[in-house]
Design a protein. Structure first.
Length: 331
């Protein structure tokens, strides 16, 4: 006898791309499994697909089998784009075309980790609020100046949802489940995952500046926050000191005491780290990367980059060095 009261499971399709983050995928998939187990019924069903229908390598070297390739889905399906390293290479024309088509059909579309970049390139985040792993935010903002990207663990904006990756996928999935399951079941899922308390969509991704540098000196923290917010147009040490109501010499002593480096060097390291992220995560030219990180001279940028990372920006990008290498200079 057919039980007409039984609802079909809600279907999730995870699109896996090469070099995806395994922890980001697992944190989004396992809550579905646990929800079925804790509720005692198949509330959710899921499958993995890839562009070619072939197994997909993760960034840690593992390979994941998939259930098939890109095919039309039912309009009630939820698609989750899962990516990791080199997401800009994973945003291929077939994938972008497929995502746009499924969205037009009526599928709900989201992403974990750098899958946000793929959604943006497909034009599916226009007018939406989103988030992406903190390491990729600078590159994302350079490419998509009209899309609002936050530093939160996850964002749910209508029929779009994105999360920073890592363990944040579990927080996002628990929130999505709240519309399907009793609060008690959601809490049981979190307990089973040893994931309590459940973090909300207002929680930030990264540790605070004091937690990251291991120092809680209020003026030092404020100055570093100012530096991080002004990488494209660096502020001189004298102005930083003036804004902090101290002398330039006091500023120098403060950085030497707590961070064992000068303010100028610390600022340079922040800018160079941003430059490295842009070189590895975008297709921006080396010159444009230099400008985005506050370097008006490409040659000076190359010298500073080599002095810090022991390779030129061109070698970082994997391209032939366009100019002879010069000796490193003090940064």
């Amino acid at each position: 006898m057919i039980d007409f009261e039984t609802k079909p499971p809600k279907r999730f399709v995870f699109l896996l791309t090469p070099k995806l983050s395994m922890i980001a995928l697992a944190s989004a998939v396992d809550p579905l499994r646990l929800a079925n187990r804790m509720s005692g019924e198949d509330v959710y069903a899921w499958e993995f697909v890839s562009e070619t229908g072939q197994p997909v390598p993760c960034s840690n070297g593992a390979r994941i089998e998939v259930d098939g390739g890109l095919a039309d889905l039912h309009r009630d399906t939820t698609i989750v784009v899962t990516s990791g390293l080199d997401a800009h290479e994973a945003a291929t024309k077939p994938i972008l075309t497929w995502l746009r088509k499924q969205s037009r059909i009526g599928a709900r579309v989201g992403a974990v980790c750098t899958g946000t970049l793929i959604l943006a390139r497909a034009g599916l985040l226009d007018g939406k609020r989103c988030t992406i792993h903190w390491e990729n935010q600078a590159a994302f903002r350079e490419e998509f100046i009209d899309i609002e990207v936050t530093n939160r663990l996850y964002e749910i904006d209508g029929d779009r949802f994105t999360c920073a990756g890592g363990a944040a996928g579990t927080d996002m999935m628990l929130t999505l489940m709240a519309s399907d399951l009793d609060p008690e079941i959601v809490s049981l899922v979190a307990d089973q995952a040893i994931h309590t308390p459940i973090r909300g969509d207002r929680d930030e991704q990264r540790l605070s500046v004091p937690a990251r540098i291991g120092v809680r000196h209020p003026k030092l923290v404020s100055i570093i926050q100012t530096m991080e917010q002004n990488l494209e147009e660096p502020i001189s040490p004298s102005i930083l000191a003036q804004d902090a109501k101290m002398s330039t010499r006091q500023l120098e002593r403060l950085f030497r005491r707590y961070l064992n480096r000068s303010p100028k060097r610390y600022y340079m390291e922040l800018r160079l780290q941003k430059a490295r992220n842009l070189l590895l995560q975008t297709e921006m030219s080396v010159i444009n990367v230099a400008l985005a990180c506050g370097f008006t001279s490409p040659s000076h940028f190359s010298k500073c980059y080599r002095a810090h990372f022991n390779r030129t920006p061109y070698r970082e990008r994997g391209a032939p060095n366009a100019a002879p290498e010069t000796a490193p200079t003090d940064v």
